[in-house]
Design a protein around this ligand. Structure first.
Ligand code: SF4
Ligand code: SF4
Length: 330
């Protein structure tokens, strides 16, 4: 793909937004009730360009918290199934690299032995305009996780802020190239500005060491601060544990199947038939979250299950800091 760089002004960015709105459901960061969220945008001036992070991530659009999968109907000896068709064309507009890279992680996890078509029908249709984040805050550790820049093949257009009114625009796909070319933007040799360094850091060596620290006593101390509310998993862009249930209509010959988000931090998550809960102790659930992200996902998909977005720290009622926990354990 071309390494060409274009200069795009804020007015031209608005023009891009208007064009995309004709073809896509445009989702961008906006302020709602005093907090920053990703939401559908009708007017360009609703967009918060200088945001740091939203509360929920793009998974709420691509992997909704509750989703009907199909309806079923018993007919004599057979069951007739009518699948929902959740396809929708999204343009994810001005998304920071950590969140864009998180989608690449989901792509790997959801395209394993079984392909999650509910996710991919929406994902394949979606367009990504990423906006590099040059500031961050005390909870970001994207640099440590290698997610401060968008990974290869993760975006259609990359925007890099030069100042409040101008951006570099770099195409990352044929679709992105066409968008920029059709806008007849000027080419430029301007370079990217340096981003402010993260103050929160974790070394990959430390992350690797948690594997051999399962019995470390600090797990108990840290888990004691946790109230198992699940906020950290709800806000995480890569946490996608879910439960599946059937709802029957009387006289129990038809119904529908749906799935909804769940969390490994809840004791109910591991309750199985016979009323057995196999991860009853809070410390084991607390540890599992770390081991899943930093050991199991890495071993299976060759990528860490964390992009250092800082949401789990920002939204934790007790400010349990995933980086500080690892630094203490390892
Ligand atoms: S948000 Fe904090 S308190 Fe709640 S489950 Fe996660 S770590 Fe525990
Ligand atoms: S574990 Fe925390 S920092 Fe890592 S991706 Fe999830 S919410 Fe972001």
């Amino acid at each position: 793909m071309s390494e060409e760089r274009y200069l795009i002004t804020i007015n031209e960015l608005e023009e891009m937004f208007q064009k995309l709105s004709k073809e896509y459901h445009v989702v961008a960061p906006t302020s709602k009730n005093g907090v920053i969220v990703f939401d559908f945008i009708e007017k360009f001036d609703q967009i918060k360009l200088d945001y740091i992070r939203t509360i929920l991530t793009l998974k709420k659009f691509l992997f909704p918290n509750k989703e009907k999968l199909f309806e079923f109907q018993y007919e004599k000896k057979y069951v007739k199934v009518r699948e929902e068709n959740p396809s929708r064309k999204y343009a994810f507009f001005l998304i920071h690299p950590c969140d864009v890279n998180a989608l690449k992680i989901l792509d790997r996890i959801l395209n394993d032995k079984y392909i999650d078509e509910y996710y991919f029908r929406r994902r394949r249709e979606s367009l990504i305009i990423t906006l590099e984040c040059i500031k961050g805050d005390e909870y970001c550790f994207c640099e440590s996780m290698g997610t401060d820049e968008p990974w290869k093949n993760s975006f259609d257009v990359l925007l890099h802020p030069l100042n409040e009114k101008e951006f570099l625009a770099i195409p990352g796909s044929a679709k992105g190239f066409k968008i920029l070319r059709d806008m007849r933007l000027k080419k430029t040799d301007l370079k990217k500005k340096r981003r402010r360094k993260n103050t929160l850091k974790i070394s990959i060596e430390k992350i690797k060491r948690i594997k051999n620290n399962v019995e470390n006593q600090s797990w108990i101390e840290e888990a004691n601060k946790c109230i198992s509310c699940g906020a950290c998993t709800v806000v995480c862009p890569t946490c996608i544990c879910f439960g599946v249930r059937d709802l029957f209509k009387e006289p129990l010959r038809s119904g529908y199947r749906f799935r909804e988000w769940n969390s490994c931090i809840y004791s109910e998550f591991t309750r199985i038939a016979g009323n057995i809960v196999f991860r009853k102790e809070k410390v084991n659930r607390f540890k599992h979250r770390f081991y899943h992200k930093f050991v199991f996902i890495k071993e299976r998909y060759d990528v860490y299950g964390c992009v250092g977005c800082g949401r789990c720290i920002a939204e934790c009622i007790n400010k349990i800091n995933i980086v500080e926990v690892i630094n203490k354990i390892a």
